[in-house]
Ligand binder design. Structure first.
Ligand code: KIV
Length: 273
């Protein structure tokens, strides 16, 4: 299989995303963790591919995003970068590689950029990670924020329910969003917060907001690709729309293959040398 790149494809950059917000064009982002899927999603026109730490769940089968390591994220990210011609590739800084230590945050980000060839990093949190964001940005590495439900803090929250429904938390989130904007983040994910709050945030910051359970007024949307394609079966949050039922498609194809092999119907005489 060739991994040849077409030279004249116009790449999406962080500046493209900001121009899209100004022009009122919505941004379509999906997660990707491997070369083959990245190629398909890029060919399908996704503007941004996020190498999310959700790889910990959907690729490795962990219950939370906490176990995935920086080395594992870099492996996924490098594979995705090789599959992409147009989309911007953003990589999640995994749990334990940026919180509470801005020097470590910069080191982790530099490793991601150098070893994977990705274009930007994303991290979770507001005020509590301000120093890390400042230091990463000071090295010229674009940073995307992530507010609302931040899965790396699941043991602090206790549940995956909608965040910032109460006035105090909503006020804090809006303040954090303005801070991310002022620090120079090029965008932010808003996960599982009331649509009205996501709209207020989107109108209050210059950079694009990307919603996952953030409603229709965000400047873009992101879904975990395996959820969007119906590869994961048992996850039905209100915000998820499935565009395919690939679990069933793949299972049926597998059953047909198994049945053909057992019946000695595959391979036939044209499928051998
Ligand atoms: O890890 C991830 O997939 C994410 C998205 C859900 C935004 O952070």
């Amino acid at each position: 299989m060739s991994v040849h790149k077409v030279a004249d494809v116009k790449r999406v950059t962080t500046h493209t995303l900001q121009a899209m917000k100004r022009a009122g064009e919505k941004i379509a982002m999906l997660t990707a963790y491997d070369f083959s899927m990245a190629r398909i999603l890029d060919a399908g026109g996704a503007d941004v591919l996020l190498v999310g730490d959700s790889a910990s769940n959907v690729m490795a089968g962990h219950e939370t995003t906490l176990p995935i390591t920086l080395d594992q994220m870099i492996y996924h990210a490098a594979s995705v970068v090789r599959g992409v011609q147009r989309a911007l590739v953003i990589v999640d800084l995994p749990f334990g590689t940026y919180q509470g230590d801005s020097k470590m945050a910069l080191k982790s980000s530099i490793r991601i950029m150098k070893e994977s060839g990705a274009h930007a990093v994303k991290l979770e949190g507001g005020q509590e990670v301000e120093d890390s964001i400042r230091r990463i940005l000071s090295a010229g590495i674009p940073v995307m924020g992530h507010l609302g439900l931040t899965p790396q803090s699941i043991y602090k929250f206790g549940t995956y329910t909608v965040r910032a429904k109460q006035e105090a938390e909503a006020r804090r989130l809006l303040k954090d969003a303005k801070m991310l904007d002022e620090l120079g983040c090029f965008g932010m994910v808003l996960e599982k917060i009331p649509a009205e709050l996501a709209q207020k945030v989107s109108e209050s910051v210059d950079v694009p907001t990307i919603g996952i359970g953030g409603g229709m007024h965000c400047d873009g949307q992101v879904l975990v690709t395996q959820d969007m394609l119906g590869i994961t079966k048992d996850f039905h949050p209100r915000f998820l729309r499935r565009y395919a039922e690939l679990f069933d498609v793949i299972r049926e194809a597998t059953q047909a293959y198994v049945s053909d092999v057992k019946a000695q119907a595959f391979p036939n005489d044209k499928e051998q040398y």
